[in-house]
Design a binder for this molecule. Structure first.
Ligand code: 0O2
Length: 215
């Protein structure tokens, strides 16, 4: 027999995670609308892929513990801004800032924080543009402001971050200067390639040739 108290707590947790899932759905729809509109106007898609996830209970507990915070539902809601997470993979560097601007200009989107790891990459080479936004979600009996972390990056930045994550991020990893240096080197090569790709697109556009969607 599960004690009533535990049962109630589990139910509240499940309800909170459902609310985060709904918040993700709202933001994802906003991004899909922008992508559809821009693909008709500009004849190319600024967004390649949108991925999303609700943070796993294990990661939530680890993050709260790491920050020395209480392991309660209130603490999760009040202290963690990345329980609902969306990753937007863009084609070109300038698409990142355009998508971020268009999203945060919407009048039901409140911008809470920005971390520009593209202008100021992390020491290990990590690049990405992070936003914390708050949006209202309408439930049967209430309008709930919900926070969502939106990470926006290019295909190349995502390639690096995914492999970096697989290789070592948060694993019990014995730091080796050599691995760090090689990963940083790859990140820098990728950043140069992103810039070059943007230059190529801009030079094609300036010659009046449209970059068409592949058939
Ligand atoms: P997951 O598994 O993606 O959810 P903190 O989370 O405490 O480290 P903060 O201030 O909450 O820091 O968030 P920040 O720095 O804006 O971004 C954290 C997220 O960015 C991480 O989420 C990763 O998704 C990503 N990230 C940051 N640094 C790196 C890095 O060096 N390599 C890779 N691959 N990803 C990184 P989580 O919750 O840590 O992990």
């Amino acid at each position: 027999q599960i004690p009533e108290e535990i049962h109630e707590m589990a139910q509240k947790f499940q309800e909170a995670m459902m609310m985060y899932t709904c918040a993700i759905r709202e933001v994802k729809t906003k991004l899909e609308v922008l992508n559809d509109e821009l693909s008709v106007k500009n004849r190319r898609n600024p967004i390649e892929v949108i991925k999303s996830r609700v943070k796993k209970p294990k990661s939530i507990v680890e993050k709260l513990k790491r920050r020395g915070l209480p392991l309660t539902l209130d603490s999760i809601v009040n202290n963690l801004d990345d329980v609902a997470g969306i990753r937007v993979i863009c084609s070109f560097l300038d698409d990142i800032y355009e998508v971020a601007d268009m999203l945060t200009r919407q009048d039901d989107v409140k911008l809470i924080a920005v971390k520009d790891y593209i202008k100021k990459p992390k020491e290990n080479g990590y690049r990405s543009y992070h936003l914390i936004i708050e949006i209202p979600v309408f439930f049967s009996e209430k309008k709930q402001p919900m926070r969502v972390e939106v990470q926006i990056r290019t295909i190349a930045m995502d390639f690096w971050a995914s492999l970096d994550h697989q290789l070592k991020y948060k694993k019990d990893f014995i730091d080796s200067d050599d691995v760090e240096r090689q990963l940083k080197e790859c990140a820098d090569v990728i950043a140069n390639t992103d810039q070059q790709m943007l230059n190529i697109r801009q030079s094609i556009e300036s010659r009046g040739i449209e970059v068409r969607k592949p058939r």
